[in-house]
Design a protein around this ligand. Structure first.
Ligand code: ATP
Ligand code: MG
Length: 337
């Protein structure tokens, strides 16, 4: 769905450094730069895919967006209110509007609670959201919306399949009628067919409820069909941000090109144009990121300038496509159709 009007979520220069402690006295010996200067807007009804390798800071970013973690610096504004500064009742009100669907349903669903109680749990925290007498009915509705049998509300998570447990997590995420949902790898470790069902469900819910999504995944193939725009993260930073056609059709950053080359391309024309780029080694440690461009130690285009100067995320077109590479070429925007 295309975005309209004012952004519903605004992220500016967001930084989260965790202290690295060592020894019997737990002395601070360094900083883990988990998120290190991230900015973007999310439009109403829009889906922003966020991709990157393990440890690049995706889940930390998600927790910052929800106000579950205080940033070292920078801001997150949700529907006009700054969640990164809010406290008490104001924080509670803002949090209601942005909910998370978790990576691992086994870890996030309490095995001793019935599915109905799990879905209705947010009402225990936000007691004014739905009157007590209506909660049972509302939980049944939520189960129905996500394609589960409402008569199964008294069953336990282990009685459901992996795909059904994702649906339970989605139903709970919808309980407080948020406008924004952050999906942290909602389809990882699912079979391809179940994965497609869950992605389709999220797409349908977006259309029906007008939701805005930040959709986090490891690789570009997962977010392709659901994202309007995609942000590519590397070691705590966004290295490229652009519309779906720009990221998949004209990737500007070498890291995006490498990620994309690992994704199977359906059309034979694309397959010929694209060569497989194998990235050497693991990402460097977020405790001691390389000077200048963080990607340079794995980049085949790297020159001296890459070690000396950090490339800013700069506009490459008039349409919001931006890349953080000294060698990324600005492109002419395509003529309006
Ligand atoms: N509470 C914490 N305390 C210290 N370090 C942390 C904490 N949470 C995350 N980190 C570190 O921050 C970095 C980013 O972690 P994060 O979980 O955000 O990555 P991720 O992109 O979600 O990875 P994955 O794809 O494996 O889920 C990692 O180096 C991690 O070890
Ligand atoms: Mg994660």
């Amino acid at each position: 769905m295309a975005a309209t009007g004012e952004p519903i979520l605004r992220v500016r220069d967001l930084v989260k450094h965790f202290p690295l402690r060592h020894g019997p006295l737990r002395a601070q010996v360094g900083l883990i730069k988990a998120v290190d200067g991230v900015s973007f807007d999310l439009g109403r009804g829009e889906t922003l895919g966020v991709v990157g390798e393990s440890g690049c800071g995706k889940s930390t970013l998600a927790r910052l967006l929800l106000g579950l973690e205080r940033p070292t610096s920078g801001s997150v504004t949700v529907g006009g209110g700054e969640i990164t500064r809010a406290r008490g009742g104001e924080l509670k009100r803002l949090r209601r509007n942005i909910q998370m669907i978790m990576q691992d349903p086994y870890a996030s669903l309490n095995p001793r609670m019935t599915v109905g109680d799990i879905v209705g749990e947010p009402y225990e925290i936000h007691r004014d959201a739905v009157p007590k007498g209506d909660r049972r009915r509302r939980v049944r509705e939520l189960l129905e919306i996500v394609g589960l049998n409402p008569d199964h509300a008294d069953r336990y998570p282990h009685q459901f399949s992996g795909g059904q447990r994702r649906r339970v997590g989605i139903a709970r995420g919808l309980a407080l009628q948020p406008e924004i949902i952050v999906c942290d790898e909602p389809v990882s470790s699912l079979d391809v067919s179940i994965r497609a069902q869950i992605v389709n469900l999220l797409g349908r819910l977006q259309d029906e409820l007008g939701l805005s999504y930040v959709f986090i995944a490891h690789d570009l193939s997962v977010v392709r069909h659901i994202s309007d725009r995609v942000g590519v993260m590397y070691l705590g930073k966004l290295v490229e941000l652009g519309g779906d056609g720009e990221i998949y059709g004209h990737p500007a950053h070498p890291y995006t090109q490498a990620l994309l080359s690992a994704v199977p391309v359906p059309d034979p024309e694309g397959r010929e144009r694209r060569r497989r780029i194998i990235l050497q080694g693991d990402p460097p440690s977020p405790i001691t990121p390389p000077s200048g461009c963080r990607f340079r130690t794995r980049c085949w285009k790297a020159r001296d300038v890459c070690a000396e100067r950090e490339p800013p995320l700069r506009a490459l077109s008039g349409t919001g496509h931006a890349g953080a590479c000294h060698f990324a070429e600005p492109r002419e925007a395509p003529p309006p159709a």
